[in-house]
Design a protein around this ligand. Structure first.
Ligand code: NAP
Length: 279
């Protein structure tokens, strides 16, 4: 049985392949990627969501496909449709898709593309499993060294609680689902066991860095402006600030513990992800 993994050269996909290698024979894995030359140790096939003519042929012989959502915001529903159509043509039996936590009700502006993809999957007639991934803890910890330097962590999430998990935890869940039975037709809301506010993240960062890092909550427009002043492109800065506002409304909070149930252990503690980020 062949398992295809799209986005296998990305950050999540690399971790998924590592986890799959622990659970199944590497010869059954196929990286479906834009740059096959970057793949080591497993079969790799050229696969670009933007090249519909190439996709069905590349999928021949693939039984199960992990469709890792693309990273071109605004283009993804169309790109994912290309993949789903090709999978149907090639006879793929099962697609596992990485969506967004509560994509059907979330105010996060990314939700619509994910929901459209979920609906396309459901209409495709192919068996599916939807992994509604919550926020990666790395989305916040990526900027922590800057916060330590500045002595402040800024954002617009207010007192919103965030049940994020490390990429490694989401990757492990994808690998577990792809290599075990009973997941067809299911939609999993996946999030970390531990929820925190950005004030608590600043406190943990202070504790580990030995420097006082205060959380400063800013109005959305001011936070976006600050991100632009650090060199982020306008659209991305606006998007990040808007995601924090959604977090303030509870859109990144979830207490389901489905992720730790799937992987069979607690999700990586915030303190550990902060430690990795600061080192
Ligand atoms: N839950 C969260 O907090 C969160 C945060 C960020 C992103 N995401 C979503 O989760 C996905 C995986 O996250 P990540 O951290 O692994 O992101 P990433 O490192 O940016 O990886 C995205 C992957 O998608 C592939 N890709 C993009 N456009 C493609 C196309 N046209 N055809 C084929 N492959 C394409 C990329 O290929 P290349 O390797 O060739 O570039 C890359 O491997 C993201 O793409 C995004 O949809 C979720």
């Amino acid at each position: 049985m062949k398992i295809g993994i799209t986005g296998a050269t990305g950050q999540l996909g690399t971790l998924v392949v590592e986890q799959l290698k622990k659970r199944t024979d590497a010869s059954s894995l196929v990286a479906m990627v834009r740059s096959p030359e970057k793949v080591d140790g497993i079969e790799a096939r050229a696969f670009d969501y933007e090249k519909p003519d190439q996709l069905a042929e590349a999928l021949v012989g693939v039984d199960s496909l992990l469709l890792i959502s693309g990273n071109e915001i605004g283009q993804r529903a169309r790109q994912h449709k290309n993949v789903i159509n090709a999978a149907k043509e090639a006879g793929v039996k099962w697609i596992v898709y990485t969506s967004l936590l509560r994509a059907d009700t979330s105010t996060i502006n990314l939700a619509q593309e994910h929901l459209t993809t979920e609906n396309l999957l459901k209409e495709s007639g192919i068996s599916f499993t939807i992994l509604r991934n919550g926020w990666y803890t790395e989305n916040y910890t990526g900027s922590l060294s800057g916060a330590v330097e500045a002595g402040a962590l800024i954002g617009s999430a207010g007192d919103g609680r965030i049940s994020s998990a490390g990429r490694a935890d989401f990757a492990e869940a994808a690998a577990v689902v792809l290599t075990s039975a009973g997941h067809e037709g299911k939609t999993y809301e996946l999030s970390g066991d531990e929820a925190y506010t950005l004030t608590e993240l600043a406190e943990e960062t202070s504790k580990q860095s030995g420097k006082v890092i205060a959380y400063q909550n800013l109005p959305e427009a001011d936070y976006s402006q600050a991100l632009k002043s650090f060199g982020l492109p306008d659209g991305f800065a606006d998007a990040i600030a808007s995601w924090d506002v959604s977090a303030s409304k509870g859109d990144l909070y979830d207490e389901g513990k489905t992720l730790s149930e799937l992987i069979g252990h607690s999700t990586t503690p915030l303190s550990e992800v902060v430690k990795t980020a600061l080192n």
